[in-house]
Ligand binder design. Structure first.
Ligand SMILES: Cc1ncc(COP(=O)(O)O)c(C=O)c1O
Length: 392
């Protein structure tokens, strides 16, 4: 008997999470110079990290021989001031993935279920299955969450509902009122995890006051992250906001030092650098317009996105187009595991990166035979015009 055969069947059945291809890996595989490669595959911030956060993290390097503050006192104080919650409502995580996993570990047991949308973030089924839970995937409506369908799918064994707003990889956004109505209708015995990893990329008019809902709904957990607009994906800091009793349970099961001292110091400083988040937001708006304009010029169908990424339908052989993009040094994300085998997802980058992506895509479609051959020369010309700042 192999020791691995003794692992629970629900663990053995898990397919591993597939991250975006690292630049170093593509460089090795293709014998390319890392400098010539752009990665638009993991929804990272193309501006990098706030200089204030970088400075604080450099200083924290001098303390890595010490364990971090396991209570995260300073970061929780900063977050409670920013969001008007008490420190005992906060759960810090090694990225918001950690917080999602803590929610599953606290509220699920083998046989309990979670409800999430088709095409929703891949970590929801993963954390469900890791504790022997059953994931109920509700068919999406126009690539977005069907909240009525999700409400109907809640079963007596359901303990957690995951809502990604905006969702990754579709970029769809639910109106705040719809989420509020869902909270009013769902059983208070079900924890509603409202994953707002991309909240900072939303135009102010579209941001719901979800944090205010915490007062009304003790079964609400909001998750946020420093990985996206704050540009700190590599140091892994996220957090959850919830009722103190929910946060208390989650804090009991987390690792005592789950957030490292570099991440803690960086996050405190990043919160103060509002200018950096503003710049990240503005760059994303402009880059999204650039990409959308280019795709439209090429006649490529895409799902309008509220995040820092966009999924588009490849007219033709997705695998061949993706391989061509890789050969041209452009890493995007295939999303067949999201039941979207005809789409690729691109992260909004810097202006020249978006330009390179659009040009490379036009070439990829041509060489991979993805688009009708007679439209290609015209398409390539139009993309060059858009990329050069011409009219859309
Ligand atoms: C919807 C969504 N939630 C959560 C996360 C987790 O991010 P992190 O663990 O870096 O905070 C991601 C990352 O891609 C995401 O897309």
């Amino acid at each position: 008997m192999n020791i691995c055969d003794l692992a629970p069947a629900y663990i053995r059945a898990i397919s591993p999470y597939q991250p975006g291809k690292p630049i170093s890996e593509l460089a090795r595989e293709m014998g390319m110079d890392e400098q010539s490669i752009i990665k638009l595959a993991s929804n990272e911030n193309p501006l990098g990290t706030s200089p204030m956060a970088l400075n604080a993290m450099s200083k924290a390097l001098g303390e890595v021989s010490l364990y971090p503050d396991g209570s995260g006192f300073e970061l929780k104080t900063a977050l409670s001031e920013r969001y008007g919650v008490t420190s005992d409502q906060i759960v810090l995580g090694n990225g918001s993935n950690d917080v999602l996993e803590l929610a599953a570990r606290v509220f699920l047991k083998p046989g309990a279920s979670t409800v999430y949308s088709q095409h929703a973030f891949a970590v929801y089924p993963l954390v469900t299955k890791a504790v022997g839970g059953i994931g109920i995937s509700v068919p999406a409506r126009n690539y977005g969450h069907d909240l009525d369908g999700m409400l109907d799918a809640v079963a007596p064994e359901t303990r957690v509902v995951f809502i990604a707003n905006p969702n990754n990889p579709t970029g769809t956004l639910l109106p705040a009122d719809d989420v509020l109505r869902f909270l009013e209708r769902v059983s208070p015995d079900v924890l509603v995890v409202l994953d707002e990893a991309y909240n900072e990329y939303l135009p102010p008019a579209l941001k719901g006051d979800s944090i205010a809902w915490l007062k009304q709904f003790p079964n609400l957990l909001i998750t946020r992250t420093f990985s996206k607009a704050y540009g700190m994906a590599g140091v892994r800091v996220g957090f959850g906001l919830a009722h103190p009793q929910v946060a208390g349970l989650m804090n009991r099961v987390r690792q005592p030092f789950n957030v490292n001292n570099i991440g803690l110091a960086g996050a405190v400083a990043a919160l103060q650098d509002e200018e950096f988040v503003k710049r990240s937001y503005a760059l994303n708006q402009a880059g999204m317009l650039q990409i959308v304009t280019g795709l439209r010029q090429m006649g490529i169908e895409y799902i309008p996105s509220y995040g820092n990424f966009l999924s588009f339908r490849v007219p033709g052989d997705v695998k061949a187009v993706n391989e061509s993009l890789l050969r041209q040094g452009v890493i995007v994300r295939p999303i067949s595991i999201y039941e979207m085998p005809e789409h690729l997802r691109v992260t909004v980058g810097l202006e020249p990166e978006n330009e390179k992506f659009l040009k490379s895509l036009a070439i990829a479609l041509e060489t991979a035979g993805g688009a009708a051959a007679d439209t290609i020369p015209e398409m390539t010309a139009r993309v060059s015009q858009v990329a050069a700042g011409g009219s859309a």
